[in-house]
Design a protein around this ligand. Structure first.
Ligand SMILES: Nc1nc2c(c(=O)[nH]1)N[C@H]1C(S)=C(S)[C@@H](COP(=O)(O)OP(=O)(O)OC[C@H]3O[C@@H](n4cnc5c(N)ncnc54)[C@H](O)[C@@H]3O)O[C@H]1N2
Ligand code: MOO
Length: 412
């Protein structure tokens, strides 16, 4: 007997648990220049205090704060200038009490100096300097370790490395970092109606949109992809799946998962000895989707309708693949928030429904100016520019501008 469709939350839990149970990806060392977007395979810590010495944030004079007491434009304090420090210099001696050091932004403070007066508040003298303001200890000093202290975690294991992480790591003298090997995902579009890009159009045929879209999205998230398409022939599909499973870490198919006479994916998965994670998810769109494990590799069979494929790719395949790629679970799951609708949607929702949308600044716009047709699972163009899904829970009626809805942002 056919099993009831899996609830969305349970479906996500199953694929995340299956992904977490897979062997961790191998570790490789990469130069920082090549590590953007890659996942830290180990915790990356600060090796030293940054900055590594107390430094000046200003062009001016390093001083003993006690020497500046009472200084003002009316009653300047005059001191001899006994040293000069540029960024990159190492002070050769301590600053004697009663003396000033000419100092430039980024230069280390000499020992003894505990403050810096900007040159605009002096006469900018070279031999002697007149100070027009008094200072407190540590005023205008960037303290050693003030940015990051030795030992602090820069990126926890499983963190995708951003330009900011790489900047901090570079500031620590890292030349290379241990990252998880890139996973390769096989992408198979099934359907005898499908044409490859560039093929001449013929009656009854359509171009394979899902394959490119799925590949582009996975590429954006740092996966390598191998993309193919094949006809609705169970032997061909099985053969293509076997080949992709040999050369790739996971496979995503589209099409052929429903109840049509040429919807062969359920039977092919059975033939290949798949362990099903779920067969069908209780939502619109994408309800016929399958998720399985074959020989220790994740396989996601998305429905052919392009928006159904795109939505379930975001909701289930991407979180699980990112988890398998080495990310921590928290950064694999679509972040949820509540936003106010600026546009409405005219249909009621018997089961959970997900609509593509554009969220920003607490508001969310469902494209298509209220037309439910724009949101049919076969329509693709309304997806352009969308960054999230709006969830309309089972039992919702039509929704109107001004109402609050739950928003699930796509993961990056
Ligand atoms: N009697 C029923 N019919 C259908 C049901 C049902 O419950 N009972 N479910 C419907 C739902 S919901 C969906 S979703 C689709 C899913 O069908 P399949 O996953 O088997 O997908 P196909 O039939 O192969 O294709 C559906 C649609 O998408 C087009 N397509 C397929 N691949 C691509 C591609 N790579 N690029 C662009 N477009 C693609 C295909 O030509 C079809 O138009 O089943 C419903 N039917
Ligand atoms: O699940 Mo289907 O995607 O509604 O057309």
């Amino acid at each position: 007997m056919k099993q009831p469709f899996c609830a969305p939350a349970a479906a996500l839990r199953r694929v995340l648990d299956a992904a977490a149970a897979l062997p961790r990806p191998a570790v490789e060392a990469l130069p920082l220049e090549k590590a953007c977007g890659r996942i830290a395979a180990k915790a990356l810590c600060a090796r030293m205090d940054q900055p590594p010495f107390d430094r000046s944030p200003l062009d001016g004079y390093a001083l003993h704060s006690a020497d500046t007491a009472g200084a003002s434009r009316e009653t300047p304090v005059t001191l001899p200038v006994t040293m000069k420090l540029y960024a990159g210099d190492a002070p050769a001696a301590a600053l004697p009490v009663g003396c000033a050091a000419r100092i430039m932004t980024g230069a280390p403070l000499p020992e003894g100096a505990d403050c810096v007066l900007m040159q605009e508040l002096t006469d900018s003298g070279e031999e002697t300097v007149q100070l027009y303001s008094s200072l407190k200890p540590q005023q205008n000093v960037v303290l050693r370790g003030g940015d990051i202290a030795a030992g602090a975690i820069i990126a926890a294991e499983g963190t995708p490395l951003t330009p900011a992480h790489l900047g901090v790591l570079a500031g620590q003298g890292y030349a290379e970092v241990p990252v998880c090997r890139t996973l390769t995902v096989g992408i198979l579009s099934t359907g005898s109606e499908l044409l490859a890009p560039g093929e001449p159009w013929a009656p009854g045929k359509i171009y394979d949109a899902n394959g490119i879209q799925n590949a582009a999205r996975l590429g954006q998230l740092g996966f390598a992809v191998q993309r193919r398409h094949c006809s609705d022939d169970p032997e061909v599909i099985a053969c293509q799946l076997r080949e992709l499973l040999t050369g790739c870490d996971a496979v995503i198919t589209s099409g052929g998962v429903s109840v049509g006479q040429k919807d062969y994916l359920p039977a092919v998965l059975e033939q290949l000895g798949a362990q099903m994670l779920f067969a069908g998810v209780a939502q619109k769109p994408g309800s016929p989707m399958l998720a399985a494990e074959i020989a220790g590799k994740l396989v996601f069979c998305l429905s052919g309708n392009p928006f159904a494929a795109a939505a379930t790719l975001e909701q289930y395949a991407i979180p699980a693949l990112l988890r398998a790629a080495g990310r921590r679970e928290g950064s694999c799951i679509l972040p949820r928030t509540t936003c106010t609708l600026t546009t409405g949607f005219s249909k009621s929702s018997k089961g959970d429904r997900y609509l593509r949308a554009k969220a920003a600044g607490g508001s969310v716009t469902i494209p298509g100016e209220g037309s439910a047709e724009a949101h049919s699972s076969g329509s693709l163009s309304a997806m352009i520019g969308c960054n999230c899904l709006v969830k309309l829970p089972a039992g919702s009626g039509p929704v109107a501008p001004g109402e609050e809805v739950e928003v699930l942002y796509f993961v990056y």
